[in-house]
Ligand binder design. Sequence first.
Ligand code: NI
Length: 512
Amino acid sequence: MSRLLLSGGIAAVAAITTGCGVLLPSPFGDDPITLPSQPTVINFVDPSTVDGLSVHTTSDDSGTPHIFVSYPTPASAPALAEKLREVTSTAVHRFAQPTPAPTYGRPPELNVGWQLTAASGGVFGVRMRTGTFTGSEWKNSLSTIWYDQNARRVHDSADLLKDGKALTTLSGMVQNRLWSLGEGMKVSAVKPDRTMFDSLNFNPHGDLVVEFDDGQVAPARMGRMAVAVPKQEATPLLSDFGREVMRAVDSATPGSIPAFPPPEFSAPPAPSPGDGTVDCATSRCVALTFDDGPGPETDRLLYTLAAYKARATFFTVGGSAEAQPALLRRMTAAGHLVADHSWSHRDLATLSARKISDELSRTQIAVGAATGRPSELLRAPYGDVSAQVMNAARVLKLPIVGWSVDTADARDPDPAAVTRRAIDGARPGSIILMHDAGPATATALPKVLEALAARGYAFVTVPELYGSRGMEPGQIYDKGTLAPATGRNRSSSRRTRTRHDGSTMPGAQTAP
Ligand code: NI
């Protein structure tokens, strides 16, 4: 099933029609809107329909600067997955070296997300959105990477064009269309440069859609700028592969690419015998939490948790959850709790109320669609919570969960060190922060479970820590043994940071 979505990923979207130069009012951020008649609207593919597709993420909720990277890894296109790994690694390196300084007190942020623009007819298209926040403004750059499954070759967008001459012709066409929009357009900035034409796609009618980065051909405040070149004008400019892509998009039947090798998910582990009856008021309980999944390592984590009869809470990213609903169903079947970690892992404290609400509710819906039960808890990316985040969480009936033990597993490749932090930090009522994709997490987990079980701990979901006391929507919970770290005494206008490290919190770990 394909959907017709336009995702700006930015504060403003300017969609340009081919003839009259209409500027559309903008949706906010990544809001999907259906605009079937809009020529710059790209046809996106539902990733859950692609067999064997996994989502790789890199993030660190307790680290700075704030970095979140996500990209798809289709089983049938390993060369594409490798290319995306390279591209995203380069983006992280460019952003983090040298370490960017906070601006106006806000941590700098890098957020890389993706969408599939084709996944059929022997063609994959992955549109990567790289967003950066440097304290003054959020800027997105776009690039679409193509994969020819028959030739097993990765292509840049410019490879959709026949040759340099075609690129020059297309550049002229784009300039003419920008001229028609009047003052403010940076027409002279448009060059027949492959790096400038790095996000080429087709709309459902076969028109060629050229997308630009924020600020590249118009003032950055205008957000996404895109030009649609009608099919009859674009066709003579296309390479053989470009025509293949056009045909694939035209006759899109997403999900028709068979996975090779087949997905490795086998029978789900037997459900944990835990049934939520552990009384954490009288038993020693800890809540293991895993952020930023689901992803390639989630399968292994689920098996390990099942082997130790442990329940956990998975704070899932909505975009990844929607792409891999089977993994969410396995979590639920095994007695784990699937919770909300926002849709795109943006620092929610930097977003407007509307955007925050969108980030949370979309994830709730994705979790509900996969498991039959919408997410009931929120962990804010990076643990950053503002008054607006608390308000949105209250409206959506989401208690907010922090952590009391940071295993630093997202940045530490040493399983022994990760294990030690978890064991040393654990106290009755602890909420332990881990990440699905941490480099040492899957290796460390059996040792963590073994050591804590030997000390008499039961592994429960976060709400079980609070038992009959329950958890209140919009309130912040860092640990199970104290009252919520209520925001009522906090600033109502400034961001509140909920990050904690159990090892430095005096009195944080009192037994019930
Ligand atoms: Ni996270």
